[in-house]
Design a protein around this ligand. Structure first.
Ligand SMILES: NC(=O)c1ccc[n+]([C@@H]2O[C@H](COP(=O)([O-])OP(=O)(O)OC[C@H]3O[C@@H](n4cnc5c(N)ncnc54)[C@H](OP(=O)(O)O)[C@@H]3O)[C@@H](O)[C@H]2O)c1
Length: 284
């Protein structure tokens, strides 16, 4: 067993640090119906059976398809399952990603998530900034957070998180309300958030990297391959084990549509990376 602790607080729950990201279950380009419904249902059920109690999703995956699939595969949900969704974007007719950050659009998105997931209340809703699609950009999120606070007051949301945001946006949001997690792009090869991760760790707030394996084109690196071969592991397992050791507040949500990849990813919790190996990986 690895020496990293395997649970961490997310809001007022403790979740397994190895969670699951559902984005890969929709059709090509995260658009349209699931590629193979039976296989996707198996991945979701296998994840929960293996102890995953943190699933990341959004109603803009598909759109709607991924949430409906989670509902079909897992409802009635285990009591300890923490489903986290995100709002702030919508899809156009061709699958393009557009901002949907107006307060009314956020309210509609939360209601759609509740309906498609079959929930009365969502454990965590991440406000996903869409000022830019794949990089944080400064700008006030105050009207958006005010809309989510209203939804929380109505009992539709339990906790609020942020996604694709800058450290200033995190601090500004924290002046309005507790923020339980931050979900930004981060992995072995994309380390812009190093300082933010450490700041959040000091506050015991979860940091949830998206694209932990590199995203649509998984990480490729000679050093990573060498370390993996030496440990009798796969490069993807080493990339996840590196994140687990990088900071205790990192929660993983690797995405996969493959039952075999799911098991491989979950097994990364068993990998222990020495200080020497961490130093080598930090050089990538
Ligand atoms: N907040 C945001 O803006 C945002 C953006 C993107 C993603 N997300 C969330 O973050 C989660 C993770 O991101 P992601 O799924 O896009 O990227 P990822 O986890 O970095 O990588 C997923 C890709 O890696 C492949 N893969 C997974 N496990 C593998 C393994 N063991 N060996 C080889 N290939 C493997 C998957 O293909 P297979 O299906 O073939 O395994 C898929 O192509 C998403 O599911 C989503 O919930 C959030």
């Amino acid at each position: 067993m690895s020496h990293t602790t395997m649970t961490y607080p997310l809001g007022d729950r403790n979740v397994n640090r190895l969670g699951y990201g559902a984005m890969q279950l929709a059709g090509p380009g995260v658009f349209g119906p699931v590629k193979d419904e039976a296989r996707a249902i198996q991945v979701l059920r296998d994840a929960v059976a293996a102890g995953v109690n943190h699933i990341d999703t959004s109603d803009f995956y598909g759109p709607h398809e991924t949430n409906q699939l989670i509902n079909k595969a897992l409802h009635p949900y285990p009591q300890d399952l923490c489903i986290v969704t995100k709002v702030g974007a919508r899809r156009d007719a061709k699958g393009g990603w557009l901002p949907a950050m107006e307060p009314d659009a956020l309210t509609q998105a939360v209601e759609d998530n509740l309906r498609h997931l079959g929930l009365d209340v969502i454990e965590v809703v991440n406000l996903r900034s869409m000022f830019q699609v794949f990089a944080p950009q400064e700008g006030s999120l105050e009207p958006q957070l005010a809309a989510l606070l209203e939804l929380r007051a109505r009992g539709l949301i339990r906790h609020i998180g942020l996604s694709n945001v800058t450290p200033k946006q995190v601090a500004d949001a924290q002046a309005m309300t507790p923020i339980v997690c931050v979900q930004n792009m981060y992995n072995l090869a994309n380390r812009q958030d190093d300082a933010l991760i450490d700041q959040l760790a000091e506050q015991q707030i979860a940091y949830v990297p998206f694209f932990p394996l590199g995203g649509f084109s998984p990480l490729q690196s000679t050093q990573l391959n060498e370390v993996a071969a030496a440990l009798n592991a796969t490069p993807m397992q080493v990339a996840l084990a590196w994140l687990l050791r990088r900071s205790p507040n990192i929660l993983l949500i690797p995405g996969t549509s493959s039952p075999a990849h799911l098991q491989e990813n979950l097994a990364s919790a068993q990998l222990t990376l020495s200080d020497e190996i961490m130093a080598k990986l930090n050089g990538i």
